[in-house]
Design a protein around this ligand. Structure first.
Ligand code: S3P
Length: 736
């Protein structure tokens, strides 16, 4: 039998909660407690709840362990509902709420139960809208918003876990706070602004000297006072319930206003300017924060690309920073002693997942602002236990490298990821870490979530990598930092060596002799400056775009050309591409160049297997180059492509077939007959590189190409669409 989720008050907040959980098909019976008959009918008709009852008394006898009561009524009515819960609802049922003030609700819990029972978990979603009622329920209301839960010492673990899980399933980010902290934070950031907006509108409306002053008001007034249109009853409740904290914030503000008043009377321009400048810089910081969040929210929306056939590839562009190096800059900067400054950091979701994880482990990281990040390193042993599982999103690099770092800590951490990452193999890092004496739990089949039980040290070892993987190599080396003695790896084929190079940049000795890389543990990383060059993996899309488009002439500036990454250059040249490197230089231990590509006809080749690890992320777009080449291209030795963000062999072969290209899948690669390309609908499996590869294909296609689910392009290449438009591709982004 299904557990029951009882929603008391199916308005905007309760209705959106139910709608969000129903959207992801969370298996509950959804029961609304709704008094008004018309509202009850509407809630069922809209499919927001499965059935309604008119009181808690009516449903309470049905409830037991695993069931949840979610109270989503106005703040001052919560006390009454809690009274009923205390009298009627079993102590095994989880009881939670969404009220905007937590101190008054906690008092109400105490009054109702005579104690704070383990079953009660108080929470507050920081999301809303000026609309109200069940018809306004929005399954996406909480997505990427924060939900604050305020557990107390007596809160039961299982109840807490259940409430956190429910909120996470709505797409929200859950954070813990004390009740007092919550109420003070909300008083300052939400309650006080509402009070001011109401007060300003009211005093202007009552200004007798100016009849109907609003007719002169414009954007500034509109923006400042938008929230004065909110529900007065709800806000009256909040002002009463959180009076003390609001008055504290109001006193601070009143002092500030008094100072400004004095400065204005004295015409003290300096003082006024100083205050305004300080405020502006804080507001600018906030704007950047919101724009990050908007970007994140955008990634969770459905984004499709529509491309018209043909187009140009001309100009000079710079693609965003290297993903591999961006991850490592945060990791090593955090483990170093001193302040590391990073420029050129990739502000894509993958690298940002790494950044958030280290913030979550107590590292003070400022930025990114225009690619600049400042990290206050805490040393090898200065990380703090994270307060919650570390969500690595779509990023395999974050998960596998971080696993190696957590292995040496004195705490455990659980690493989770999105749907795609949750399917990817982690046994490849769990095995060597276990061999280094670390306890590692994975889900069935070695899949994430993965929990690493750090014991404060690892055991040095030698490891022969079973596959050519820079992530596994890096994981073992990073774990080796925590071992007494030498840890070494031998790779079956050279893979990207950014970990080794960057460690050296941090003053840490790493030896490379042929295929063997080794380091001694327990040294010190010393903070440094890192200039991240453009990502050759992102540049590759535009290299192929120019290579297949007659009349093209494109220069990609400041691209990282590390010899372990230039497979794409070697392969394209072998296919006959006209590609020149200029302005070659070294930046922070990594070679960099400008790359110019002009059209020239391509021919099919057998791709040398030694190039495979050096171009591992570039095959989706290289397959497009092969489809445009004359003759047959054969790829072998690339089974690793099957365990990337999608099975890239299958996904690319399916897409090419849709466009009318003959693509035959083999166990470790593909055979592609170059030829004409039509158009059609492409399934990306939410893989960023599949999406971008087919966008490039449109340049040689004869009909429109529609590419579905492209939101994850933002994991590695924010701004891809505008750069593509800038060079002359006919791409349009549609957000649903
Ligand atoms: C990466 C290594 C490669 C690559 C990935 C980034 C890295 O993965 O595909 O995009 O930064 O170390 P594997 O180690 O699985 O080959």
């Amino acid at each position: 039998m299904l557990n029951k989720l009882v929603i008391v008050g199916v308005g905007l907040i309760g209705g959106s909660f139910a709608a969000a959980l129903k959207r992801v098909k969370l298996p509950y019976e959804y029961i609304g407690v709704v008094r008004r008959e018309s509202a009850a009918k509407e809630a069922v008709e809209l499919g927001i709840v499965d059935r309604t009852v008119s009181s808690i008394a009516e449903v309470a006898p049905e409830l037991g362990e695993g069931d949840v009561v979610f109270i989503a009524t106005p703040t001052l009515t919560v006390a009454n509902i809690l009274q009923q819960c205390a009298e009627l609802v079993s102590p095994y049922v989880t009881v939670t709420d969404a009220a905007s003030v937590k101190g008054s609700v906690l008092e109400a819990v105490q009054d109702a139960y005579g104690c704070i029972p383990s079953q009660v978990v108080l929470g507050h979603p920081i999301a809303g809208s000026e609309q109200s009622g069940v018809a306004a329920a929005d399954p996406y209301l909480y997505r990427t918003h924060k939900v604050i839960v305020t557990p107390t010492e007596s809160t039961g673990e299982d109840h807490l876990r259940r409430v956190r899980h429910l909120w996470r399933m709505t797409g929200a980010e859950v954070v813990d706070m004390s009740v007092q902290e919550h109420d003070q934070v909300l008083a300052s950031t939400s309650h006080l602004p509402h009070l001011l907006a109401y007060a300003l509108v009211d005093s202007l409306a009552r200004d007798e000297e100016h009849d109907n002053i609003f007719k002169y008001a414009a954007g500034g007034f509109r923006d400042f006072t938008r929230i004065a249109a909110s529900d007065p009853t709800m806000w009256h409740d909040i002002m009463c319930a959180n009076g003390d904290a609001i008055v504290r914030s109001l006193d601070l503000l009143t002092d500030n206003i008094a100072q400004l008043r004095t400065a204005i009377i004295a015409r003290d321009g300096q003082a006024i300017k100083e205050l305004f400048t300080r405020a502006k810089s804080s507001r600018d910081y906030f704007s950047r924060m919101i724009s990050h969040r908007t970007r994140e929210a955008k990634m969770q929306k459905v984004i499709n690309y529509r491309l018209q056939p043909g187009g140009e590839v001309k100009g000079t562009i710079r693609v965003p920073g290297d993903k591999s190096m961006s991850h490592r800059s945060i990791m090593l900067g955090s483990l170093a002693v001193g302040t590391t400054e990073v420029t050129g950091f990739l502000e894509g979701a993958d690298a940002l997942a790494t950044l958030s994880a280290f913030r979550n482990m107590g590292v003070d990281i400022k930025g990114p602002v225009d690619g600049k990040v400042t990290i206050q390193g805490v040393g090898l042993f200065g990380l703090k236990p994270p307060t919650e599982p570390l969500n690595m999103g779509n990023s395999g690099t974050s998960m596998r490298l971080l696993a190696g770092i957590v292995a040496g800590q004195t705490f455990s951490a659980t690493l989770t990821g999105d749907e795609s990452l949750s399917k990817r193999p982690m046994k490849r890092v769990a095995d060597p870490l276990r061999a280094m004496g670390v306890k590692v739990d994975t889900e069935e089949g070695g899949r994430p979530p993965i929990t690493i039980h750090g014991a404060g040290h690892t055991t040095a070892m030698h490891y022969d990598l079973p596959m050519a993987s820079a992530q596994v190599k890096s994981c073992v080396l990073l774990a080796g930092l925590y071992a007494q003695g030498e840890t070494s790896v031998v790779e079956p084929a050279p893979t990207r060596d950014h970990t080794e190079r960057m460690l050296r940049g941090f003053g840490y000795e790493v030896k490379t002799e042929d295929a063997k890389v080794s380091l001694k543990g327990r040294g010190t990383l010393t903070a440094t400056q890192i200039d991240v060059p453009s990502d050759i993996s992102s540049a590759a899309f535009f290299m192929v775009a120019a290579a297949i488009t007659p009349g093209s002439d494109l220069t990609l500036e400041h691209v990282g050309i590390n010899p372990t990454r230039i497979g794409v250059v070697n392969i394209l040249r072998a296919m006959g591409a006209n590609l020149t490197l200029s302005n070659e230089r070294e930046v922070g231990g990594e070679p960099v160049a400008d790359i110019t590509v002009k059209y020239s006809p391509l021919k099919g080749i057998s791709i040398p297997e030694d190039q495979v690890p050096l171009a591992i992320d570039e095959f989706p777009v290289l397959f497009v180059a092969a489809a445009c080449a004359e003759g047959t291209t054969v790829l072998t030795g690339a089974e690793e492509l099957r365990v990337k963000e999608s099975d890239r062999i299958q996904a690319m072969a399916d897409g090419l077939t849709t466009l009318g290209v003959k693509a035959t899948v083999t166990s470790d690669g593909m055979i592609i007959e170059g030829g004409a390309m039509g158009g059609g609908d492409i399934v990306t499996h939410h893989d960023h590189r599949i999406a971008m590869a087919f966008a490039v294909a449109s340049l040689a296609a004869s009909e429109e190409i529609r590419i579905h689910d492209c939101a994850n392009v933002a994991t590695s290449f924010p701004g891809f669409v505008s750069l593509a438009q800038q060079v002359g591709m006919q791409i349009e982004e549609q957000t649903l």
